[in-house]
Design a protein around this ligand. Sequence first.
Ligand SMILES: [Zn+2]
Length: 257
Amino acid sequence: MKVKIIEKDERVIKFILEGSNPQFANALRRTMIGGIPVLAIKEVDFYENDSALFDELIAQRLSLIPFVFEPKELNLPEDCSCEGKGCMQCQVVFALDKKGPCVVRADDLKSTHESVKPLYPEMPIVELLDGQKLKLEATGVLGFGKNHAKWQAAKAFYRYFPFVEKEGKNSEKAIEACSKNALKFENKKLVVAEDCDLCGECMKVDPELKISGDETKFIFTVESVCGLPPERIVISAIEELKKKIKSLKKDVQKIKK
Ligand SMILES: [Zn+2]
């Protein structure tokens, strides 16, 4: 398997996965979306809330805040030495104490872990009018997007890499018909660029032309929706898949005995 990065910025990574198959590509896609540990607020204790929003609404808004965090500093509650009771290794506690008039923002949450910060500090939570107070303590834990959308790591999708399976008799017309300008001649051979989304318009004007998707080569787009950079999400997903395979191997070895 080979990987070639086509584009990368702070939130999105695009890459080509070569020498693979649809089953693996789909397992990777699903793991990147909902199978890697992400930090989100799970519980909120309210001490004072005079705002216009109910406790539940504020708690829901808090749970959707994406946090920047260092995955190595935190354990999953179920894997922690505290056995899920809750400790500094598996929980991040946030304190908030504000008095109006003001807009309470994500940055007003003070965390017990220095490395944990809201990805968008300016994200508004609630507006407090003159004299209104909001005081709460929130607990964040690692979790998986497959259990709740607040732990979703990324939006990830892929498409098959296009290739010209068979040239037709009217390539000039086919080139013209492509709205993406993905078809062209190279050394007198018709080739198709990766921008092609297999819409089929070219095959309508040139019925003998056949453009197909390569089932061993995929163009991936991964957009981070959590505090982790997109390349970290890809690496974490591969690590999670490895863990699953290892545990499967252990179980199968037990059967052998
Ligand atoms: Zn713990």
